[in-house]
Design a protein around this ligand. Sequence first.
Ligand SMILES: [Zn+2]
Length: 405
Amino acid sequence: MNEPMPGQRTDHIRKLVTDLVAFDTVSDRTNLPLIDYIERYLASLGIAGHRITDDTGRKASLWVTIGPEDKRGFVLSGHTDVVPAAGQNWSNDPFSVVERDGRLFGRGTADMKGFVAVCLAMVPDMQRAKLATPIHLAISYDEEIGCVGVRPMLREINCVPVKPLGCFVGEPTQMQVAIGHKGKHALRATFRGLAAHSSLAPTGVNAVEYAAELICEIRRRAERLATDGQRDALYDVPYATLLSSIVQGGTALNIVPDRCALEFEARGLGISESREVTDAIIGWAKAELEPRMQASHPDCGVDFEETVDYPALDMRPDHALVTLAKQIAGRNSHIKVAYGTEAGLFVGMADIPTVVVGPGAIAQAHKPDEFVALSELESCAGFIDRLIAHCADGGRLGEIRVTQD
Ligand SMILES: [Zn+2]
């Protein structure tokens, strides 16, 4: 009865991608019109989601359950925000999808409205399958600015009596199963110096020069991590990285700068490395730089504040969810990805086993003329088809059962 033809499904996915991309949900804007749209779509299928609004009232995430509410199920997770297109050289309007050569071009097509569109397109199939194991959609905001928006939703999921068995985060992996990603810890160091007329430079404390010393130390430590640090050959860059990025200091050439701010980040392997690396840098600055600054004037020094912090994903290759994901994806191998995702938070905050598997390539994300191939969206639909089959009869795909220990 009413099984959609493959072509009809593709048309449905194409329409949903086009509609979702048309909402300008760059992270600094509201995503509420897009959430309204998804809620209307689900309401037309008789489904009500649970909306979690942030403190500003301008952003919301949506938690949706298809199937029994009292059973443990699987989560399909995607974010609604996108990175800015302004200043990038696009061939077309980034918020109006253009199809060329089997590819859909537009901001967020790969990262990751394409995935969200496929999930939504598959909801009627989930309903028809009369799921024994529920499938949830976890639709978040503000992922691109440090995986911020998923956290309130995870705090709520943590409190429900029946916790999901596992989660699939649909960031672009070309439908490969990613079992790990690096963690990130980013800081802003603010140096407090002492202003003086530049002709009397030795009487001031030059905040820019002290920041420069920290930058050089960060660079030395990055080189040491590259040669002597832990390694994981599954990553493109198989060791932890450090980067100084934004530097702001000085007001006029004839004034010794009394303030300089430096933003830097560490991306580490495993759960704790990025924070260990930044803690060591803070310790070094407090021991080596601050006493010298304070010897000139007691009010001088350096303060650190955290700007981004998300944990790494580090799933065991033999975990039952990894095995299930590979079976559903039709793959024997797994990968690790360099970029961060919400997956580490699903594990770290809610103890939900998670892998990253989604359509499109990260190489296209965040760039002008971002695109996703329709063939990728179709293989994602195939993945969800097989997940539905697994959830419909409790394991037709084999003997894999995901149970939380
Ligand atoms: Zn993303």
